[in-house]
Design a protein around this ligand. Sequence first.
Ligand SMILES: [Zn+2]
Length: 619
Amino acid sequence: MLVLWYAAGTNYPGRGSVVRRKRWFAYALREGQTAMPPSMRMLIEYKPFDPAFQDSSDMNTNPPRSSCLNFFAACVLLVLCCKPACALDGVEQDPRFIAIADTYRADFGGSVKAWGTNSAAAAAGYQVTPLATEHLSNATDMFIWIEDELKRYPAGFIKKYGPKNVVLSNTFITNSSKGSATPYSPTFTSEPSSSSLLVTVPTTLTPSTEVLGRTSLHQAIFNYLLNGIDSTDAPIASKHWKTIETANNGSAAEARPWVFQQSNQRDGLYKMLWDPFECVALDANAKTDPLLKQRIEVVQSFMHALDPQFDGAFWATIATIPESQRTVCRNDLTDVHCADRIAADTEIQNDLRVIQDKWQLKVICTPGSPAPPMPAKVRLEYSYMTDKKLPQFKQFVHLVREELCSYPDEIVSQMNVESIYIMDDFMFRGAKVAGQAFTWLPKVAFGYGLSSFDPSSESSSEFFKRTIHHELFHLMDKRLSVEGGPICEANWTHMNEGSFGYRLGQQPVVDQPTFYKDNSTRRGFAERYGMNVATEDRASIYGRMMTEDPLFMKQLETDAILNAKTEAIFAFFDGIKKDLNIKSSNAFYTKLETIKAKVRSTTKRRAADPDTGGGAGGK
Ligand SMILES: [Zn+2]
C-alpha cells in the first residue's frame, strides 16, 4: 500500500497556479500509478479545506470560490486515482498527451485530441495515419513552439477566434493527392467545418520541419479565420482581393519573384507578416508597389476588425527581429583610429591592390563595412580586422594574394566575383566560420574569418590555404562544370559506393544522428565534411589536393574511389584548359601537372599491391 499525504499548496497569492498544480499532481500520480504492481493500492490524503493549503488571503476575501476550486481539484485527483482498474490505454491517456492537452486548454481554451476519437468530420477528406505513443515526444516538442507562436497573438484572441479542436495524427494526406512515393502531409491544415486545426506530428522532426511549421501554423490560422467572413463584398473576400493582386509582368516583378508570388495570396501575405525578415522584404517592395501596400492594409485591417489589439504597434512588434536572429557587429565603431596602421601599411595595401586588380573585385576589410551576405535568419556575429592584429592580418592577406593570384586570368575572368570579405570574427549560429563562398548571389562573393589564424603555426596556414582553394572551387564548380562533364552530379555520385547517400542530399531530408558514425569506414572522402553534399565533397578533395595534404596523399594509395574522384577533378580542369584556350605553360596548370604526377605515382603503388586487388602482373 502506498499512502500519500499532500500537505498543501501555496501560502501566498500569486505563488502558484491552480491549473498547473492540478496538472502536476495528475502527472506525478500517473507516473507512480504506472510503476505500481496490480496488487498494490494507492491512498491519497488531501484536505481541500486545510487552511494551509490555500492562498490565505484569497481564503479571507473569497472563501467560497477558492474552496470550490480546491475541492474540484481534489475530486479530479480522486477520480484519476480510482481509475487504475480501467487500464486505460491509447495515446490520449498517455501523461505526455494529457500534459499537452491541459496546457493548451489552459492557454487557448481549445481541446487537443488524437485523430480517431471525435474527429470523423474533419478526417473525411484525408487518409490518416493515427498518432501513436512513439510520436508523443515529437508532439511535446512541437507544442513547445506551437504555444510560443500562438502566444504572439493578442491576449484572448486564439481562445475567441481560433479553432476549437486541435486534432493530431502522424499524417494527414488529402484524398485528392496523387501518389508520389512519400505523399506530403501538411503540418497544419485548417478544417473550419469541424472547427478543427489538423496537426501532423511527423515521425522525424528536423530543424526545417520547425521553421516551415511555424509559418504554416499562421497560414492555417488565417485560413480558419477567412472562413468566418460572411460578406463576399468584404475587402478581404476573394472578389475584391483579385482586383488588388500585382500582375506578373515587368522588370520589377522579375527582381522580386518570391515576395510577389507569396503576397498575391491572402494567406501567403499573412504568413509573411509573422516573419520579421519577410516583413522587411514586404515593406521594401510595398514602397514601389501600391497594390502590395493595399493588400497589406486589407489583411491588417481584417485582423484589426476582429480584434482592435491588432494595431500598428502590434504589427511593429511582430516585425522586430529577435535577438537570436540578429546580425551583430563586434567592432567598436566609435574608435575611429582602430585600423589606421592597416591603412598605412604599404605591404598590406599592395597585396590588396594586386588581388583587386587581378580579380576585378573589392576586398571588404575595414571596420564599419557591411556584414557578409549570409543566407539564413540565424545570428551572425562579425568584425573586421583592427590594428590589434596587424601581423596576422598582414600574413593572411599575403596568403590570400599568393593563392588567389595563382589562378590563370582566363579562369579568373569567368568567375565574376564582386567582393571578398576578410573578417576577424565570423560566427554563424555561434560557430566559427573560416571560409564561405556566397555562390547564390548574382555576383558572387567570398568571406574569410581569420580569428583563429595563427601565422606562426604551419598547420594553421595550411588550413587557411586549403580553405581559400576550397571556397574558390565552389565557384569554379558552379560556373564551369557542365552537364555530362567529369564532375557533374550524375557522374560524380556514381563514383560513390552504391549504398552511400549524402547526408543533405537524401529525400526526404532526415536528421540521422548517427550518420557520420554509420559511415565512418566509407571510402572516397577526403574529409568527413564532404559526406554532407556532393559540392562539399568535391571542394574538400580539391582543397586537400591543391595543398598536397600528406594524409590525403597517403589515403590515395589505398582508396580507389578517392582516386577516381581526384582524376575527375583533373579531367574537369583539362576540359577548362581546352575550352578557355589556356596554355600548358601556365603556372597554375604546371602546378596541377606536378600534383597529378604525384597522385598517379600513388595510384601505381596501389595497383602494384596485390592486397587491394589491383594485380601485380603486366608491364
Ligand atoms: Zn564548402
